[in-house]
Design a protein around this ligand. Structure first.
Ligand SMILES: [Zn+2]
Length: 399
């Protein structure tokens, strides 16, 4: 029997375990910054699966290690989820973790604890199939992604000194091989004015009017942004306008815009800031990239600039080619090679640190952050087979 078939058979044998593990994770609510209990459960699943070492780092990331080889493969799943939203829009209990009709149901099944359940099983299979010390496999159940994508991996790389040679993100790809996504940033633009009594506005300098002119300039900037065939065009829009002054009967002496900027290939922090500065020139504006200040469930305070760089691997990058080859060996046909619409921890792994990253994950991204989120058990089985064969082939090539 081929190695691929052996892996696939074993993944089938563990089908129910994989689904049950996901069900257990889903039953533990885990909003960003509140991942303590879900990561305790994940740690126990990793231990039961036979990982050589399971640790929780100071930020609260759960990290399982298998093997001790020189080449390091990381497989990442963030363990926090968004909230359920309007409960009436769900036709089942978002925290029920029901397994029926070939799906695991609930918040986090697609985005994205399904990836974690699949890598737990992959570790178990790799132990059984005899992955020795050719490579080191790290699986990471990471925190705070929904609030600040990449923060957890910035911590792992910069503070814990862990630098994998290659990473697989298990964010939902519908079992396609993904190779990047647009980046993003949050920009603040503030305006100063001079207040005066609202009954005689000509005596002052109204900061709100400067912000209003800037809003229209930003509206005009958006269609001028550069198109991109693969990732899609970047975007810029005003998401919040505010002003303040001594009273509601006074001309405001301060105003502020909050901008959401999506970045495509070739657009950088510098280029995006320069475009905004150019758009608001003459309005005496201050343009700044905002900062995220986070507090983990462990109590650790750790933040980063809200610049989440674009990343994309070329279609012929060895990691992309190998991902497609693994999928084809297992399932007999070439996978869809594509990109995510949303942003992931890849912004830190590949975007900030240049570590090659591909995506392969169970579930359809259209159900991320949506009601009635559910993942096919078949996807979990196939993803566990994919991670296993990918690691085995990486080990073989290291021999
Ligand atoms: Zn996600």
């Amino acid at each position: 029997m081929s190695l691929a078939n052996e892996v696939l058979n074993l993944a089938e044998q563990y089908r129910d375990d994989t689904a049950r593990n996901l069900s257990k994770l889903v039953q533990i609510p885990s909003l960003s910054g509140q991942e303590r209990d879900v990561n305790a459960e994940l740690a126990s699943q990793l231990e039961q699966a036979g990982f050589d070492e399971v640790t929780i780092d100071p930020l609260g990331n759960c990290i399982g290690r298998l093997g001790n080889g020189p080449r390091v493969l990381a497989i990442d799943a963030h363990m926090d989820t968004v909230d359920v939203g309007e409960r009436a829009n769900w036709s089942f209990d978002p925290f029920g973790g029901e397994i029926r009709d070939g799906f695991v149901h609930g918040r986090g099944t697609v985005d994205q604890e399904g990836g974690a359940a699949a890598f737990v099983t992959a570790g178990r299979m790799l132990k059984e199939l005899g992955l020795k010390d050719e490579i080191t496999l790290l699986v990471t159940g990471t925190v705070m992604e929904e609030d600040c994508d990449g923060l957890c991996w910035k911590y792992i790389i910069e503070e814990s000194g862990i630098r994998p040679d290659l990473a697989i993100s298990t964010e939902p790809t519908n079992l396609g091989v993904y190779r990047g996504h647009r980046g993003r940033m949050e920009i603040g633009v503030s305006f100063r004015g001079v207040s005066c009594h609202g009954s005689a506005p000509e005596r002052g300098d109204n900061a709100a009017y400067k912000a209003a002119r800037a809003c229209l300039a930003i509206e005009e900037l958006h269609p001028r942004l550069t198109p991109n065939d693969f990732l899609g065009k970047g975007s810029v829009t005003v998401t919040e306008v505010s002003s303040s002054g001594p009273s509601l009967c006074a001309v405001p002496d301060f105003a502020r815009l909050h901008l959401d900027r999506r970045l495509t290939e070739g657009e950088t922090e510098q280029s995006a800031v320069a475009e905004v500065e150019e758009a608001v020139r003459g309005l005496d504006a201050r343009v700044e990239v905002l900062h995220y200040d986070g507090k983990a469930y462990t109590g650790l305070e750790y933040g980063m600039s809200k610049y989440y760089p674009t990343w994309v691997l070329p279609a012929d990058h060895p990691a992309v080619v190998e991902g497609a080859a693994v999928s084809e060996a297992l399932f007999g046909e070439a996978p869809v090679v594509d990109r995510w619409t949303f942003s992931t921890n890849g912004i830190a792994i590949a975007g900030l640190h240049g570590i090659p990253c591909i995506g392969y994950g169970p579930g359809n991204e259209v159900l991320a952050h949506a009601p009635d989120e559910k993942v096919p058990v078949d996807h979990l089985v196939r993803a566990s087979a994919f991670y296993t064969l990918f690691a085995l082939r990486m080990a073989q090539s290291a021999r």
